[in-house]
Design a binder for this molecule. Structure first.
Ligand SMILES: Nc1ncnc2c1ncn2[C@@H]1O[C@H](COP(=O)(O)OP(=O)(O)OP(=O)(O)O)[C@@H](O)[C@H]1O
Length: 198
């Protein structure tokens, strides 16, 4: 069960979020869209449990994974270790298979700094899917990539979601990404932000 029942969220005296309620069913892919600065990342952080300073409640499973804009890899550990450290129970064989699935086989011993940005993003994606998350959160996973790499990432993400079928919530600026990946779009508007009814 994944539910947001947000009553309000303030940064200091500034109210960023108003009443925001939604649920995500298993296997659903939900895009969160809206203008820059409206509160999309704030909602994602609340849903992930990173930000607990808000009024309201959220319900989510324990088994979740987050893909941030930046790949957030450990620079001093190998690519394979970056998969194994957060989830040691995965085992080396499954970690290798996860790297193979994102076309990174042979790069197990590379350090993140030796990988291109596109490869680092794919490694972060492999890490997210390696634990078969029930709930996947992604914050602008395709920004600041060239068009070809962004397209590869989008296709790969589409395929991984189709295979693993997590409930997914992702933030994007790009309506085209939302239309392509999402089964449902949540649009934020106003100050404080609320969901537009479609
Ligand atoms: N730690 C913080 N302290 C104070 N204000 C913050 C903080 N984080 C975000 N804000 C403010 O809250 C509002 C919402 O920010 P948020 O990052 O959630 O927007 P966003 O919709 O994700 O924007 P973008 O699309 O540009 O990434 C903005 O006005 C931002 O300036």
């Amino acid at each position: 069960m994944i539910r947001a029942d947000i009553i309000s969220k303030f940064f200091g005296k500034q109210q960023v979020l108003g009443s925001i309620e939604f649920a995500i069913s298993p296997g659903e892919t939900v895009a969160l869209v809206g203008p820059s600065g409206i509160g999309k990342s704030t909602i994602l952080r609340i849903m992930a449990g990173i930000d607990t300073q808000f009024e309201g409640t959220v319900t989510r499973p324990d088994n979740m994974a987050i893909v941030f804009q930046e790949p957030t890899l450990l620079p001093w550990r190998s690519a394979l270790d970056n998969l194994l450290i957060p989830r040691p129970s995965l085992g080396r064989e499954a970690a290798r298979a996860a790297m193979d699935r994102v076309a990174l086989s042979g790069r197990e011993d590379a350090f993140p700094g030796q990988l291109s940005l596109g490869q680092q993003r794919r490694l972060a994606l492999a890490r997210a899917f390696a634990g078969s998350p029930e709930f996947l959160l992604m914050d602008e996973p395709f920004v600041s990539l060239d068009a070809e790499t962004a397209e590869q990432m989008l296709s790969l993400t589409e395929a991984l979601i189709a295979e693993a079928k997590p409930a997914t919530l992702f933030v994007t600026h790009a309506r085209s990404e939302a239309d392509r990946l999402a089964t449902r779009i949540l649009e934020l508007s106003g100050t404080p932000a609320r969901l537009l009814r479609h």
